[in-house]
Ligand binder design. Structure first.
Ligand code: FE
Ligand code: FE
Length: 254
């Protein structure tokens, strides 16, 4: 079964570190740090190729480099929605924020399920017990510092590849043709306590209702493609190379 999290596994130690470190103060600091994107310039192809060098330590289901997961997700989408090019691209690039590893960030600031800071931690968070080491444990009630209906975009969410790629795509909005709804899928795809656990619903606004539907639709492809063939042939890579050329111009600032 996918997403089985046992104790004393590499995933357990990974989340233990994440839960100890990703506090509200830490998230605020990372948000500030990456509000300026002047770390490097590279095109989207280069970013994708960097994932050849990254294996996600939070994922109990994937032992291969992350670029394979990118193609697998896109291919699953292409089989079901051959005409929906933007959704295929979203599948291909959704994890590109993991290039954060190449900026020297520790894995617990790059990958793994995310959660909201500044309100109570729901018990459906993976390895919830390790959150007892978080500086914010038991500090807030259910709504914490937020008002109901405030919208997901106003929440402090543990920092990682979702938020980073979202910021990159927003910052470089003149250099690609992806619509906002696809950016929102990217931004919230790791927020499992929300999209799968049913938590944080009190913070949603009208736009988030739409995002929730889209993220849940997307998650099927993201998750179950991990069971697919890991052999990606040249013609597949060529198809996506052309697709990226159609939707992205020029180098992006990261
Ligand atoms: Fe991801
Ligand atoms: Fe993924």
């Amino acid at each position: 079964m996918l997403r089985t999290y046992n104790i004393n596994t590499p995933q357990y130690y990974f989340y233990k570190e994440m839960h100890k470190n990703q506090s509200i103060d830490y998230v605020k600091e990372k948000q500030k740090q990456y509000s300026i994107l002047n770390n490097r310039k590279m095109d989207i192809h280069k970013a994708l190729s960097l994932l050849d060098e990254y294996i996600d330590p939070s994922d109990p289901d994937v032992d291969e480099e992350n670029s394979i997961h990118a193609y697998q997700t896109a291919e699953r989408i292409r089989k079901k929605y051959p005409e929906n090019k933007q959704l295929q691209i979203t599948g291909l690039i959704h994890d590109l924020g993991k290039v954060l590893f190449s900026l020297g960030e520790p894995s617990w600031c790059v990958v793994g399920d995310t959660y909201v800071l500044g309100c109570e931690f729901p018990e459906c968070i993976v390895y919830y017990d390790t959150l007892k080491e978080n500086p914010d444990f038991k500090k807030y009630d259910k709504n914490g510092i937020y008002k109901e209906g405030c919208g997901l975009d106003t929440l402090y969410i543990s920092f990682g590849h979702d938020e980073y790629l979202y910021k990159v795509l927003q910052h470089n909005s003149g250099k690609h043709k992806l619509e906002t709804k696809f950016l929102d899928i990217i931004r919230y795809h790791s927020l499992y306590p929300w999209h799968t656990g049913g938590e944080y619903r009190q913070f949603m606004n009208e736009k988030d209702e739409e995002t929730l539907k889209n993220v849940n639709m997307f998650n099927e492809f993201d998750l179950y493609s991990k069971e697919d063939d890991t052999d990606i042939d040249e013609s597949v890579k060529q198809y996506y190379k052309s697709l990226l050329d159609e939707y992205f111009l020029d180098e992006l600032e990261w």
